[in-house]
Design a protein around this ligand. Sequence first.
Ligand code: ACO
Length: 326
Amino acid sequence: MIRARIVSTGSYLPEKVLTNQDLEKMVDTSDEWITTRTGIKERRITSNGEASSTLATHAARSALEMAGISPEELDLIIVGTMTPDMLFPSVGCLLQDKLGAKRAAAFDIFAGCTGFIYALSVADSFIKNGNYQKALVVGAENMSKIADYQDRRTCALFGDGAGAAVLVREEGDRGIISTHLHSDGRYANLLYQPGGGTAIPATHESIDKRLHYLKMDGNKLFKIAVKSLEETVLETLAFNNIKNGEIDLFIPHQANLRIIQAIAKRLNLPEEKVFVNIQKYGNTSSASIPIALDEANREGRIKDGDLILFNAFGAGLTWGAALVRW
Ligand code: ACO
């Protein structure tokens, strides 16, 4: 059987730390509120000049180094992001240039926080169809650049960072087993950045109205997230005819500790099988799963042959899951 195997991982977090105590000085919030409602204690924030492609480049170099693969060997680069350096060209192309990945096709996937799973799924298809041998899949986000630090309902949630994985076409049963993607655009305005695109181009008025910042109805999202995440996991297990007990490590998108715990409880997954690092980084959108995967990998929490389940939910709305044999 031909599979796309994840042969290495990498991640990068900007140095600057923004703690809940720092936020208490910026908006009407408290460490206690943020911790109990979200599980987040601090997040990393980019400095000026650190764009998403900068974060992606660091994470990608780290993954390539672990794989022992040079950028010139890459056939494909896919970046999941909702915070590109600019509307065009893509972060993928900027990354391709920074890495010197001369042969690689490169593009971005806009699927909110589900970006990494969507990107993984597309790379998996390209590899399985025989077009490409080696692919780099990245999730890179600069959420602090679109977060409104006057809006306590959103600014506490998000952080910046990037994670990467190198996929190689291989014969055997290790690699991506299946991916399951969904969307529902009826809920587009539950999480969106209204200004700066072609619907509301940037003007003095749009800026004054703060339309270039992310808007979110967190409460409605929360309920849809828990339901759709559970459904996608059950769909993935049923499709592969496996039981929840067979999952060795569950790496969910890190949006809210309460969402992660609700899913883990519904699926009867013990704490030690659920990877959580939201307390350190907040919600890094597309980057959260590859950052968590890289941490789990480097901490030795994943063994050859382990079954790993990813699942995410985000703007679009989009949601999805991926099952991987390590
Ligand atoms: N500090 C203090 N008070 C706050 C804060 C804060 N940081 N944020 C909100 N509040 C207040 C609200 O203003 C509200 O007060 P009010 O009743 O006086 O107006 C009160 O707390 C309750 O607000 P809710 O929104 O109902 O709080 P909730 O318990 O739902 O928690 C949260 C909010 C954390 C946002 C939660 O709904 C959530 O995590 N939702 C999911 C969001 C999500 O996952 N988004 C990302 C999707 S992924 C992507 O694509 C980026």
